[in-house]
Design a binder for this molecule. Structure first.
Ligand code: 13P
Length: 265
């Protein structure tokens, strides 16, 4: 398993949620790039990506392009539609035109606060792939789900549904984010996260084949900090992190991306 894991470039992704306007975003990304370079970050060894609000994307794209910053860019959501009378929606085509590589889909906040169903998540995943964006498909159980069904059942069902319209061979990222761990300061244990990540890799294998499953990066998200990232990264099926609160602190996010220095394996 270690050999297979070595073939996957870890991804440390910062989901800014509804934080930082476009001017703050420019200052933040400049500082982040400096901090990573200062620390001698191995950008080929650990990919770092930011997921700012829509209104920041053009500014961050321009900065990354002008200064040739080795940072990935993603959006936090995408419409299932390409164009038309869908007030407030953003097309995958528009995100691709801004050089977004990734888009987060089905975050628990979208599922709970914006009533996104598994069907909507599946349609958005298909739209992302259609526009050559890599979907970062978020799945995770609530505290009640955990008590009623254990940790893996809901994430497995959510991922199975999300992959329903995904063509074979597609490049995807999966993020396991237990809802009870998001913003709570109470992360899952690395062993809990590994158990679910391994089950999710089996779902990818069943839906998209063994080769795609072996290449797919599975992230853990939920109260990730520099102090706990190493435990997650030691797990054979965890290939990075989707970081919320700690991604808004340059020093902390940079330290998370530097996890190889403190994984100790
Ligand atoms: P926190 O890291 O703030 O717990 O948020 C996790 C998250 O929701 C990332 O998408």
């Amino acid at each position: 398993m270690a050999v297979v894991k070595d073939a996957r470039v870890p991804l440390i992704a910062g989901n800014w949620k509804l934080n930082l306007d476009h001017l703050q975003a420019i200052a933040f990304v400049q500082k982040l790039a400096w901090s990573l370079k200062d620390a001698g970050h191995d950008f080929d060894g650990v990919e770092v990506a930011v997921f700012p609000p829509f209104t920041d994307l053009r500014s961050v794209q321009t900065l990354i392009g002008a200064d040739r910053l080795p940072l990935g860019l993603g959006a936090q959501d995408v419409s299932q539609h390409d164009s038309g009378a869908f007030t407030g929606e953003i097309s995958g085509a528009f995100l691709k035109a801004l050089d977004c590589a990734y888009v987060i889909i089905g975050h628990s906040e979208r599922r709970s606060l914006h009533s996104e169903t598994d069907e909507v998540v599946a349609a958005k995943t298909a739209a992302a792939i259609k526009h050559k964006l890599v979907p970062v498909i978020c799945v995770g159980e609530t505290a009640d789900d955990l008590e009623a069904h254990g940790p893996a059942a809901i994430p497995i069902a959510q991922l199975t549904a999300a992959l329903a319209q995904v063509p074979q061979g597609s490049d995807i990222v999966v993020a396991y984010e237990p809802v009870w761990a998001i913003g709570s300061g109470q992360a899952a244990t690395p062993e809990q996260a590994q158990t679910v990540a391994s089950a999710l890799r089996s779902v990818v294998a069943e839906s998209l084949g063994a080769d795609v499953a072996a290449a797919t990066r599975i992230l853990y998200g939920g109260s990730v900090k520099s102090a706990n990232i190493a435990g997650f990264m030691r797990q054979s099926d965890i290939d990075g992190a989707l970081v919320g609160g700690a991604s808004l602190d340059v020093a902390e996010f940079s330290a998370i991306a530097q996890f190889p220095k403190h994984v100790g394996v």
